[in-house]
Design a protein around this ligand. Structure first.
Ligand SMILES: [Zn+2]
Length: 233
């Protein structure tokens, strides 16, 4: 039965198809992941110059790339970047495959608190936080696990937060053709926090409002209420 109440789901473990590993994954999981990233990198023949570049970087920092603690670092960094930038190699069409359904439902759908990790393109340092995504269906809805995956597809690239926000909203607008899409992202940027400048702006909030969410202040306000924000905050 279809009710007038919107669907509000929390992101995180339940909704994510590719959850980030727990803080202390087992060695087996790390090995499995490393093998996967190797396979991905081999398949795309990408990143083969990274270890040498990291050796150069270490030397330029005044380190000895050949000391024991650093010996494995260049290849470890290569595998790490393979994971953190796998969004470049995600096919949007495959991501959506068979996940859009025609339904007679036209109330707002909101997925909030989608945890994400990205890399700022200016410093190659992480920025991370939560994305909140809503849309007003126009006869079609998308499997809810796909929205966190779309966020990851764009987060796992070199990014600026404004573009990430826009890309997530535009992706859903173009692929789902709903009446409107809203995306709000709150994030902490390590390049700001670690470098000790403008700490008061450590959390940055960006939003993209398309279609009805842009045109209709009530729709926008309804969405902001669902994600625990108000229009002036
Ligand atoms: Zn930065």
């Amino acid at each position: 039965m279809i009710t007038a109440a919107p669907i509000v789901l929390r992101g995180g473990w339940g909704a994510r198809v590719y959850p980030h590993p727990p803080a202390t994954p087992s060695p087996q999981i790390w090995r499995l992941q490393a093998a996967c990233y190797d396979a991905v990198m081999d398949a795309h023949d990408a990143g083969s110059q990274i270890p040498e570049a990291i050796r150069t970087l270490l030397a330029e920092l005044g380190e000895d790339p050949d000391r024991e603690g650093l010996l494995g670092t260049p290849d470890r960094v290569r595998r790490m970047y393979a994971e953190l930038t796998d969004g470049y190699r995600t096919d949007p069409q495959t991501l959506l495959n068979d996940a859009a359904f025609d339904v007679d439902y036209d109330e707002m759908v909101v997925v909030r608190d989608i945890e994400f990790y990205s890399l700022c393109e200016h410093h190659l340092l992480p920025f991370f936080g939560k994305a909140h995504v809503g849309y007003l269906p126009s006869g079609r809805v998308i499997g809810l696990s796909k929205i966190p995956r779309a966020v990851d597809m764009y987060a796992h690239r070199l990014q600026v937060q404004e573009r990430l926000t826009q890309q997530v909203a535009t992706f859903l607008m173009e692929r789902l053709e709903p009446k409107g899409v809203a995306c709000v992202i709150e994030a902490t940027h390590l390049c700001t926090v670690m470098r000790g400048v403008r700490k008061q702006e450590a959390t940055m909030v960006t939003s993209a409002m398309l279609g009805t969410f842009r045109r209709d202040p009530r729709t926008r306000a309804e969405f902001l209420t669902f994600i625990g924000r108000t229009a002036d905050r």
